[in-house]
Design a protein around this ligand. Structure first.
Ligand code: FE2
Length: 276
């Protein structure tokens, strides 16, 4: 039975990575995807640690370990999803749900943790309207939100960092699922202009997926996450790389302005809130 600490999390992670690797031996792109997700998991852990260290009001050691456990476990469901994709690349999966399923199978009964992990790839409102979330006590809901928020913020920052550092590494699966079209859907653009997460039902190609992944800035939660984005100059770097994938400099410049304006606004708004 799994315990909520990092040693236990790493043991389970290794077990699931091995199981996945054994099942996908003959699928080269899946092996690359497994490697990408192993790296991603460690990156998310590192970003989460950095975010926790940047907070003015630190969490207790116990809560910090809990948040890091969530970060480390959030994508364990990927190692169930990838062998299924090897069989059928067009099949659809909710890897967050698989992550929660695996933890349940290992005996975890902590609903706040399970719900935060299950919904980490969804909008905040999807978590908040989940009947299981509503049944939690107010204290458990706060705890669940904290886990959800650190996972989401660290997840997005780690993905953008990976893309900024090495675009060829990113999105093996997305290139398989969404081949480039040299176009961006007008619905996805409108979402971005409205400061909304992209509605992926309208995503047709890799370019839509890329703009969609950038749109997650509109659901970053913590002040320290915006500060880390700024410190690492990540917006500029990500949009610079995007210029290589999307051949429309004017459009990208407008999107970057929208994202930068949002970042500046949130930095001011959340700083004021923290000071008061
Ligand atoms: Fe994920």
């Amino acid at each position: 039975m799994i315990e909520e600490n990092l040693t236990s999390a790493l043991d389970l992670l290794n077990k699931k990575i091995k199981e996945a690797s054994n099942q996908i031996k003959y699928y080269t792109w899946c092996e690359a995807f497994v490697q990408e997700k192993v790296k991603h998991t460690m990156d998310v852990l590192a970003v989460a640690q950095e975010l926790l260290s940047m907070r003015k009001v630190p969490f207790s050691n116990e809560q910090a370990e809990r948040l890091l456990f969530g970060a480390l476990m959030h994508d364990i469901g990927r190692f169930r999803e990838i062998p299924l994709l090897a069989q059928n690349p067009a099949s659809k999966h909710d890897h967050g749900k698989y992550s929660a399923d695996i933890l349940r199978e290992e005996g975890l009964t902590d609903e706040a943790m399970l719900l935060a992990i299950q919904h980490h790839g969804h909008r905040t409102q999807d978590l908040e309207t989940d009947i299981l979330f509503r049944r939690l006590s107010a204290e458990q809901q706060t705890d669940c939100r904290q886990i959800f928020e650190v996972i989401q913020d660290a997840d997005k920052i780690a993905n953008w960092q990976l893309y900024a550092d090495n675009p060829s590494m990113v999105n093996h699966i997305n290139l398989v699922k969404y081949p480039p079209t040299k176009e961006i859907s007008k619905e996805i653009l409108q979402n971005f202009k409205n400061n909304e997460i992209a509605d992926y039902r309208f995503a047709k190609g890799f370019e839509d997926f890329l703009i969609g992944s950038l749109s997650w800035i509109f659901e970053i939660h913590w002040l320290v996450s915006f500060q880390l984005l700024q410190k690492r100059n990540l917006l500029d770097r990500v949009f610079f790389q995007a210029g290589k994938d999307v051949n429309d400099p004017l459009l990208l410049m407008n999107l970057q302005r929208t994202a930068q304006a949002f970042l500046d606004l949130k930095l001011e708004e959340l700083s004021q809130k923290e000071a008061s």
